[in-house]
Design a protein around this ligand. Sequence first.
Ligand code: TTP
Length: 190
Amino acid sequence: MTAALILASASPRRRELLDQIGIRYRVCPVDIDETPRPDEAPLAYVQRVAAEKSAAAVLRFGTDIPVLAADTSVVLDGEIMGKPQDQAHALAMLRRLSGTTHQVYTAVSLRGLRHGEAVSISAVTFRPLAEAELLAYWASGEPRDKAGAYAIQGQGGVFVAALNGSFSGVVGLPIFETAQLLAAQGIKVF
Ligand SMILES: Cc1cn([C@H]2C[C@H](O)[C@@H](COP(=O)(O)OP(=O)(O)OP(=O)(O)O)O2)c(=O)[nH]c1=O
C-alpha cells in the first residue's frame, strides 16, 4: 500500500491517531532542539516546533508526498511544561497540575504544495492528587515521555475530572484539525 504522507514523528500515539482515521503514512522521525526561546509564548512555541519538525523532515526525506508533524505542550498559568527530565521534575509538574485546570496545546504542521498549520487548545481539570498516587504513577513508567508527565489515554486518565476540547489533541494529534489540513491538500478520510 502506498503512503499518503510522511509522519515526521517518533510518537506511537500520533501513529495510532492516524490509524484511527485510516490514513496511510510512512514514519520518518526527526530530532530537533525543542528548547523554548526566552519569553516565547506557548502558542508561538508549539507552532514553531511543529513547523520545524516538518521542515526538518522535508529537508531530510524529500517532498514527493506531504509531511505531517505535531507538537504538544502542557501549559499552566502561561508556562510551558514539556516532558519530565527525571522523577523529581515529573512529581513537581504533577503536584502543580493537582486540583486545578491547565491547557494542552497541540500544533499540527502539514507541508505539501503549501504549508498548512492548525492548533488545538484544550482545557484539562485534574482532581486533587495524593502524594502516594504520584509516586505510584511515576513507578508505572507512563509519565516519562509525556508532556506534563501524564497520559490522558492511559492510567493518567483517572486524574482527569473534566476535559473541554479535543481528546485526540491532548493525546498528541487532533484528528478534527488534522483531517481538515489533509483535506485541503487532497488527502481525504472519506
Ligand atoms: C498531555 C499528553 C501528552 N502526551 C504525549 C504526546 C506526545 O507524544 C508527547 C509530547 O511530546 P512531543 O514533543 O509533542 O512529541 P514526541 O517527542 O513524543 O514525538 P515527535 O516529536 O517525534 O512527534 O506527550 C500523551 O501521550 N498524552 C497526554 O495526555
